[in-house]
Write a protein that binds this ligand. Structure first.
Ligand code: NAP
Length: 491
């Protein structure tokens, strides 16, 4: 009975080294890992030992005989992946543990002191990678501006994705280990400066994430009633910066612009039974607003065709089991314009998404709630009149419009700048080479590093940050061993 990876796979690959038959792919050292929507178990190679189940931090692995009806599509998705890219038995990329081949430091070796700014997933994985490296002894100070840890795992992951949020238990275990001190409610750049941290540590690693939505830049984007989906997410999850925000839920329709996973999250939150969220991280204020909501339809407008859909297949499956999802107009092939991708994994994802879209129902459920996916419909302007908004868009060359009560642009996220640290407004990231922060002259600033979304931009899922952090920690430790980091001059 093979095992199956299901929707909430976090891609952190904790399961990979535990598998005695190397049947979980892509592994972090395989090229297709960086763009993998999830990891997959090859049913023909799995020996049903269960080691992966114990290792998974988010309970995303189950046996095929324990699959619920809701999880059933994932059995096919795991098998289809190997059908498309080739059997796990033929892969020759064994996962390598970075501890292998490294020497422990001598007992009189200097202890590396690191400040990590940000206690979300990226910050956690920096801490965890430093703890797992046997060639240094490190003490770590974690600085978090909020009164609680977790970053976007706490304030971005949807409240009904409780299993995904379990990864915070792993974060907490790391922080409890000796040598780690967490400083909550400390704003770097205000309460302490970058220079303060640099003086008291060998290295400072910025892992401050991407909290805010990207600017839409359309006429009407600043109208009341237009709220970045990222702000809406932070509000219903109780992020203190977003307390008191309101989104008008008094109309039957909400329009979401962009079709990434954040768009699917907000569409699900707006159309699901609000009682799903009782007892979750959702605030009482948001729960009350959803109970009073008159929203029945969320229309997701994507500027490109279904072949470019930014959502992942697991999240579309999750949305479609919560609320009817319909594609309008139903002819998906009419939107297809791009050439075939060259690599097998990309071809697999495209075919899988098109098949899922084609399998969706044609209409709303009995209570009229539904999510509508529209492709090839770039928005052109937003206008307001009589307490409602109108989104104008190009519908395959013809002007069209939709009336609604609220517009939620969900067009990606931008990084957070920190006073005293370089920041590229264009990319919304901290300029860097392999995690080494670059100064205005393009040279690496000694002792300053970056990890996570503020390093590479807001792509991938939670566990993608683990291997991103490994790259940064590799650079940091190499610089330490090369004598490039100044010893702390203050405690
Ligand atoms: P995203 O995946 O980058 O999607 C952005 C969407 O906005 C795309 O459809 C993009 O279309 C569109 N867009 C960009 N600029 C636009 C513009 N000016 N006008 C109209 N549309 C525009 O962003 P996201 O949804 O914010 O997600 C960020 C990351 O978080 C992703 O890696 C995502 O997978 C991850 N995430 C994961 C989960 C989960 O696994 N459950 C949940 C939430 C978020 P084009 O493709 O045409 O540019």
């Amino acid at each position: 009975m093979p095992h199956v990876i299901v929707q909430n796979c976090c891609n952190d690959a904790s399961c990979v080294p535990e598998c005695p038959v190397d049947c979980i792919h892509p592994t972090p050292d395989e090229p297709d890992y960086a763009t993998a929507e999830m990891l997959y178990i090859d049913p023909d190679v799995c020996i049903d030992c269960g080691a992966c189940i114990d290792a998974c931090p988010v309970s995303a692995i189950t046996t095929d005989y324990e699959l619920t009806a809701e999880m059933a599509p994932f059995e096919t998705m795991n098998a289809d992946y190997y059908e498309a890219v080739g059997s796990a038995a033929d892969r020759d990329h064994p996962f390598t543990d970075p501890r292998i081949g490294r020497k422990r430091p001598s007992s009189d070796a200097e202890t590396l002191r690191v400040a990590v700014v940000g206690a979300g997933a990226a910050g956690h994985y920096v801490v965890s990678e430093l703890q797992h490296r046997i060639d240094v002894r490190a003490t770590i100070d974690v600085y978090e501006r909020l009164p609680e840890t977790g970053g976007l795992v706490r304030f971005g992951v949807a409240p009904d994705h409780a299993d995904t949020k379990k990864v915070q238990e792993q974060f907490a275990k790391s922080r409890k280990q000796s040598g780690v001190t967490t400083h909550l409610g400390v704003r770097v750049g205000e309460d302490v400066t970058h220079e303060d941290l640099a003086r008291s540590h060998h290295a400072v690693v910025y892992a401050v994430g991407s909290l805010h939505g990207r600017e839409l830049g359309l006429p009407g984007a600043d109208l009341p009633g237009v709220t970045a989906a990222a702000d809406f997410v932070a509000w219903y999850n109780g992020h203190p910066d977003f307390a008191g925000r309101t989104v008008d839920l008094s109309h039957e329709r909400v329009v979401v612009l962009g079709n990434g996973n954040v768009a699917l999250d907000v569409a699900r939150i707006l159309t699901a039974d609000p009682e799903t969220f009782t007892g979750t991280d959702m605030t009482d204020e948001a729960l009350a607003a959803l109970r009073d909501s008159r929203v029945r339809e969320v229309v997701i407008l994507a500027r490109r065709g279904p072949e470019h859909a930014a959502f992942t297949a697991p999240e579309l499956v999750g949305l479609a089991r919560t609320v009817p999802v319909v594609v309008e107009p139903g002819d998906l092939s009419a939107s297809g314009s791009a050439g075939e991708p060259t690599d097998e994994q990309a071809r697999f994802y495209r075919a899988q998404k098109l098949a899922l879209l084609q399998s969706l129902p044609a209409d709303a459920g009995p209570d009229g709630r539904r999510v509508v996916l529209r492709f090839g419909t770039p928005p052109t302007a937003i206008t307001a009149s009589d307490g409602a908004l109108t989104v104008a868009f190009d519908d395959h060359g013809a002007p069209s419009e939709l009336a609604c009560g609220a517009v939620l642009p969900s067009i990606g996220l931008r990084g957070t700048s920190v006073p005293g640290v370089p920041y590229d407004e264009g990319t919304g990231t901290i300029p860097n080479a392999d995690g080494r922060v670059l100064g205005p002259d393009g040279a690496a600033l000694p002792g300053v590093y970056v990890a996570g979304w503020c390093k590479r931009g807001p792509t991938g899922v939670i566990g993608t940050n683990r291997y991103d952090a490994r790259g940064t920690v590799d650079a940091l430790i190499a610089d330490f061993h090369a004598g490039l980091l100044s010893a702390p001059s203050a405690s």
